[in-house]
Write a protein that binds this ligand. Structure first.
Ligand SMILES: [Zn+2]
Length: 472
């Protein structure tokens, strides 16, 4: 069985996980909306992340900073100066491309070893990009002409204006990363929480990047959500704590999310590839149908951000070590997790197709699609299915009882086989069927999603039965 993006996109639309944005108006490129089950899955991922990395730890606290920030923040962070892509226009057909991507794509097709010397991806100087394109005669992919303009730097930050007057004064950016909201609150958090270094601040929130080449469903979107940590350390401790964080990220995908380990790998960024603020970066990659792609990352940001904010704002953003009485600007380790990408990986990782007993043998048809999501991720934990409508009142009582503990769904429409199929496709771990035997002995059938095995459980025992099953 091969999981393709088409299968996932189709399942997401059909079952209400993810819809194309503004669809009734023909959509808006690269936008997606989460439906009833998608938002449950997404919330579960965020909840598990927050519990694991913030609430369960003595050395972590959380914040939620605003999307709009003083534009000086982006000056200090370096985003105004260096957060840009080199764009070129074709003078013949007006096609706009990223110069770095044009060369990389060409080199990929031409075979390895064709990248220019000192290649630095998007950071390669504009003159070098143009020279290389002209020397190698890399033509416009749309019209086949060789008529490029000089690459211009296009900043990836979305701009808008605050207030009603459109002038420089009111210019604000939609934040391109959540991290800066943490750095500018470093002093507030330190003073109010009385944490001692090493400690970290976690945050979940939206960020925006006006990328020219988004795509692959929800993998790369211009509006996206991050789960991010800035972990403040003493300079000399950074390496050991950094390696410790890498282990915790690994534990998170193996033991918390239960992703297939063979679909995950670490990849280190080359010095040219690293962001302007980073001294060491590793990605956690997932094996998507379109190839290996970044799922999460961890950067060592040094003291770059706090130092620059201190310089530009005039505030001291240092730390007084209570033991040594030494004052210093903390260094920072940044583990970062994409929400949308984790949702996509969870869907891909759990997608399966197998055979169910046919209608004649039992009550099910042949081929089925099933999301084998870990119960902590599943949008619905238990579905309550009365065999016939006559049994609905009895079933509804069970539904109301279980609803106190978990996300439960009640479904009395269509044949029982069809209702099983539907729950399998949204990843519901258990279905409870109320039948005529229930009226005699107060037992119900509990069906396991993965094994499809059924057992009879007394209805008064259901809450404890499931709380045992779902214990993390
Ligand atoms: Zn062209």
């Amino acid at each position: 069985m091969v999981v393709t993006m088409e299968k996932i996109v189709s399942l997401c639309k059909r079952r209400g996980f993810i819809f194309p944005g503004s669809e009734i108006y023909g959509g808006l490129a690269n936008t997606w909306d989460y439906g009833p089950y998608g938002i449950e899955l997404q919330n579960n991922i965020k909840k598990i992340w927050w519990k694991n990395f913030v609430q369960d730890r003595q050395d972590m606290v959380g914040i939620d900073a605003g999307i709009f920030m003083n534009p000086k923040v982006w000056e200090a962070s370096g985003h105004i100066q260096s957060f840009s892509d080199p764009l070129m226009d074709c003078k013949k057909c007006n096609e706009r491309v990223r110069g770095d991507k044009l060369i990389e794509q060409w080199s990929l097709e031409a075979g390895q070893g064709r990248l220019p010397k000192h290649w630095a991806g998007e950071k390669t100087p504009s003159e070098d990009i143009l020279e290389y394109v002209m020397n190698e005669k890399i033509v416009c992919p749309k019209c086949g002409e060789l008529a490029w303009t000089k690459p211009r730097r296009f900043n990836l930050m979305f701009q808008t204006h605050q207030g009603v007057i459109e002038d420089e004064q009111s210019l604000v950016y939609l934040r391109p990363e959540t991290a800066q909201g943490i750095f500018v609150n470093f002093k507030n958090v330190l003073q109010s929480s009385r944490k001692k270094i090493p400690f970290g601040i976690g945050q979940i929130g939206k960020a925006f990047r006006n990328e020219i080449t988004p795509g692959n469903f929800i993998f790369r979107t211009r509006e996206f959500e991050q789960m991010e940590i800035e972990y403040f350390v003493k300079l000399n401790d950074w390496k050991s704590l950094y390696d410790g964080w890498r282990q915790q990220m690994e534990y998170f995908y193996t033991d918390i999310l239960h992703f297939h380990a063979e679909k995950m790998r670490w990849r280190q960024h080359s010095p040219e590839e690293r962001a302007h603020y980073s001294d060491e970066t590793w990605d956690v990659e997932y094996h998507f149908p379109f190839g290996w792609g970044e799922l999460w990352g961890i950067s060592y940001r040094t003291d770059f951000d706090l130092k620059n904010h201190s310089k530009l704002s005039g505030e001291t953003l240092d730390y007084l070590d209570p033991e040594t009485n030494e004052r210093f600007v903390p260094h920072c380790i940044e583990p970062t997790f994409g929400v949308g990408r984790t949702v996509l990986a969870a869907l891909l990782d759990s997608y399966d197709e197998d055979q169910a007993p046919s209608e004649k043998d039992g009550m099910e048809s042949d081929a089925r699609t099933v999301l084998r999501l870990h119960s902590s991720l599943a949008p619905v934990k238990v579905a309550i299915l009365p065999l016939v409508k006559k049994l609905s009142d009895r079933a509804r009582n069970i539904f109301c009882d279980l609803q106190k503990d978990m996300m439960v769904e009640f479904d009395e429409s269509a044949s029982i086989g069809k209702r099983y199929r539907r729950q399998d496709e949204i990843g519901t771990p258990f279905c409870v069927t109320i039948d005529f035997t229930t009226l005699e002995d107060a037992t119900v059938t509990v069906r396991d999603r993965d094994s499809m095995k059924q057992e009879r459980v007394n209805e008064s025992m259901l809450r404890s039965f499931f709380s045992e099953k779902f214990r993390l």
